[in-house]
Design a protein. Structure first.
Length: 194
């Protein structure tokens, strides 16, 4: 792993983090470009038998489609900015990615519930890039109650790699916050294999 990334101490996981993988100037430019060029959607998912809007805006780009939470994501063609980010992340992670899910957290009320990205359609590694307001990101082990949850602050220009068996043993989420936070864009680069 590049020296900029350091491993997070988590049993049964391979998690690497760099809080400032991109420079502040690069991060500002990427944030502005993504806000303007991405085709953001307000999707709805079924919860407890009712259709509800997702608590964030999303977009899916890449070579393959992907279905999660009953929502089928038809891929949109790669934008130049997404190609550039993919190349930089692939170099840092040593993995290849054929798709990216983008999430726009507009306020502290936008969130992501506890989940893991362990579907058979996904390869073992996910690279997560964040631009904009800093948000808390939490991990908890699926079965071991003796392990404390792990929290990271995903800052402007950060890179988080979740590799190996991480998704099989750990859940993660972005909680709601009452703090006044700036909008945040998160990109999770994936390799869809089916």
């Amino acid at each position: 792993m590049p020296t900029l990334l350091h491993q997070i101490d988590m049993p049964e996981a391979e998690v690497y983090f760099a809080s400032h993988f991109f420079t502040p100037a690069e991060s500002d430019l990427y944030l502005k470009t993504l806000e303007e060029e991405v085709n953001w959607q307000q999707e709805s998912i079924k919860l407890f038998g009712k259709l509800r809007p997702m608590p964030r805006l999303t977009a899916w780009y890449g070579d393959k489609g992907y279905t999660y939470s009953g929502l089928h994501n038809k891929p949109q063609p790669w934008l130049p900015v997404l190609q550039e980010l993919r190349e930089r992340v692939e170099k840092a992670s040593g993995q290849t990615y054929n798709s990216v899910l983008l999430n726009l957290y507009r306020t502290g009320q936008d969130s992501m519930g506890w989940h893991s990205d362990d579907e058979a359609a996904l390869g073992p590694g996910i690279a997560s890039v964040s631009f904009g307001g800093t948000r808390k990101f939490r991990f908890r082990h699926r079965s071991r109650k003796d392990l404390e949850p792990v929290s990271l602050d995903l800052s402007h220009g950060s890179l988080l790699l979740m590799q190996g068996q991480t998704q099989h043993h750990w859940l993660h989420h972005v909680p709601i916050t009452k703090r006044n936070v700036q909008p945040r864009i998160n990109l999770t680069f994936r390799n869809v294999i089916t």
